[in-house]
Design a protein around this ligand. Structure first.
Ligand code: NOJ
Length: 541
């Protein structure tokens, strides 16, 4: 298997840059902070990092509002820091993926400010989706489309002469105007952005909100109900999302990446309706892999999880692409909290409320879910802090909330800040060794026992479980292939074999179940050979 590309079974660690590690005292994680923690990541046993946007940004959407694609925000470091990070990461055996945000820019991007200045009909305006409004004076938006963060997807410009003018489309916040990807100009500008990072030596790109590119530019009404929320995962045939022509764009990126040696990879963020539509993004001349949101959104339920595993593998089979598995990311409620709720499936992009959670139960399930994920064939994603068993911070004071969802939902949806609280590294009190300043989102007092230092070396800690699981995943020959064979079991138990003697058993039922074989690793203590509820085990048969 030595000629298998690394990304087919890589464990990729998501670094949310502003919250990972602050090298200074401004309370904001940064590129030198990531570099200083590379030994931790190598020791954890991951293969690659995906680093969320580090570009200059006014931070209307946590950096996904990019004001310059080929630079680093000075608050986070410099291009020289990136070069040093790449050198050190590669020396430590870690690959690095950067985050490309092609569907929209920031309103502060020079392309957009030039478009506003240049006026209607100009080539500068042709880069964006700008239209006249409806109504006698153009005072109504061009159609009924909605924004992912609530409210309409259109904002009216004030023209250079001071009069109200054209409307611009923004699938996300008003500070994120959508680019018009039907234009050759936008496509060729992004070819250069891709080359800029590939030339610098990155190992690949995670590409943001890819289906947003495939909007129907004839702009028909979508027929949304008043007050509808953006739920892309349930949208089929929506004119706002996932139109077939997006794949022409994806093929163009792939052609650029293929100019480069060394197994560079494209990973798509495509939240679309189900495994079949997801698989279209990884056809042989498109992306290499795509996040498995069906897995992330799946409730803690054996039948549902088995269906997701099977449907994923069946849908991907004709493409040849490997599966990916993902439990959490910077947009979703942390899974310790989700799994401790009555409703264990997650809503999309923070739209899943703030129901109470039994965190002891949630952590037990999260640990079992990790062993399930790492035992499955394909690539897995770890969101920073899940290796510490961090819960969502659900009680952030309202005046610190920064997610645009909070304001745009009329202060009804708190949004995604609760999974973005800076990591606790060491010490008994905030900032827990994460720099020396006040963290940009406050860390809870209850995290003192969850720091890396507190968990390091503790055989019962979640950090030790992750380290052990990742080391075994690397060393076990049975896990190298992409095979999986289910055992015939109680429907509340997931049990499957890999290779010639590996078995993973996860008990999602209410009663203990017997397990045979030599225990390699368990997510919680076994009692007299019995696997308790909400516990997973790896055994050699
Ligand atoms: C998906 C990103 O993960 C999310 O954080 C962001 O708000 C949207 N795309 C818009 O860029």
């Amino acid at each position: 298997m030595s000629d298998t590309p690394w990304w087919r079974r890589a464990v990729v660690y998501e670094v949310y840059v502003r919250s990972f590690a602050d090298s200074g005292e401004d309370g904001l994680g940064d590129v030198p902070g990531i570099r200083s923690r590379l030994p931790y990541l190598a020791d954890l046993g991951v293969d690659a990092l995906w680093i969320t946007p580090w570009y200059p940004s006014p931070l209307a959407d946590g950096g996904y509002d990019v004001a310059e694609y080929c630079d680093v925000d000075p608050r986070l470091g410099s291009l020289a820091d990136v070069d040093a990070l790449l050198t050190d990461a590669h020396a430590a055996g870690l690959r690095v993926l950067v985050d490309l945000v092609p569907s929209h820019t920031s309103v502060e991007h020079p392309w957009f400010t030039a478009a506003v200045r240049a006026g209607p009909g100009s080539p500068e305006r042709a880069l964006y989706v700008l239209r006249e409004g409806r109504g006698a004076d153009g005072e109504l938006p061009p159609n009924d489309w909605i924004s992912a963060f609530g409210g309409p997807a259109w904002t009216r410009l004030v023209e250079p002469d001071g009069r109200p003018g054209q409307w611009y489309l923004h699938t996300f916040a008003p500070e994120q105007p959508d680019l018009d990807w039907s234009t050759e100009e936008v496509r060729s500008r992004f070819d250069e952005v891709l080359r800029f990072w590939l030339d610098r030596g990155v190992d690949g790109l995670r590409v943001d909100a890819v289906p947003a590119i495939g909007k129907d530019l004839t702009l028909p009404d979508a027929g949304h109900a008043p007050g509808a929320l953006f739920e892309s995962s349930s949208w089929v045939d929506s004119p706002q999302w996932d139109g077939d022509w997006v794949h022409d764009v994806v093929r163009r990126w792939r052609a650029v990446v293929d100019e480069y040696p060394g197994d560079r990879v494209l990973v798509s963020e495509a939240v679309v309706a189900g495994p079949e539509r997801t698989s279209r993004y990884v056809r042989p001349d498109e992306m290499h892999t795509t996040f498995n949101f069906d897995h992330l959104h799946c409730p803690w339920d054996a039948v549902a999880l088995r269906e997701v595993v099977d449907a994923t593998r069946v849908a991907l089979d004709p493409t040849g692409a490997p599966a990916t598995w993902v439990l959490s990311n910077h947009d979703e409620t942390r899974h310790v909290t989700r799994y401790g709720r009555e409703e264990t499936g997650v809503g999309v992009m923070g739209f899943d409320g703030n129901a109470p959670s039994d965190l002891v139960l949630g952590l037990r399930r999260a640990r079992a879910a990790a062993l399930l994920m790492f035992a499955l064939p394909g690539s897995a994603y770890v969101y920073q802090g899940e290796e510490l068993g961090l819960p969502e911070v659900t009680d952030l004071p309202e005046d610190v909330l920064q997610d645009p969802t909070w304001v745009r939902s009329g202060h009804t949806v708190r949004g995604r800040d609760g999974c973005r609280v800076p990591l606790p590294w060491s010490g008994d009190a905030p900032p827990y060794g994460n720099g020396s300043g006040e963290p940009w989102l406050p860390q809870p007092a209850s995290w003192a026992g969850l720091t890396v230092a507190a968990q390091d070396g503790d055989p019962a800690s979640t950090l030790t479980l992750y380290r052990t699981a990742l080391a075994l995943r690397r060393s076990l020959a049975d896990l190298v292939g992409e095979d999986l064979a289910w055992d015939d079991t109680d429907p509340q138990v997931l049990s499957f074999r890999r290779g010639s003697g590996f078995r993973c058993v996860v008990n999602l039922g209410a009663d203990p179940v017997p397990v045979d074989g030599e225990v390699l690793l368990a997510s919680g203590p076994l009692a007299a050979g019995q696997l308790p509820p909400d516990t997973a085990v790896w055994v050699r048969a």
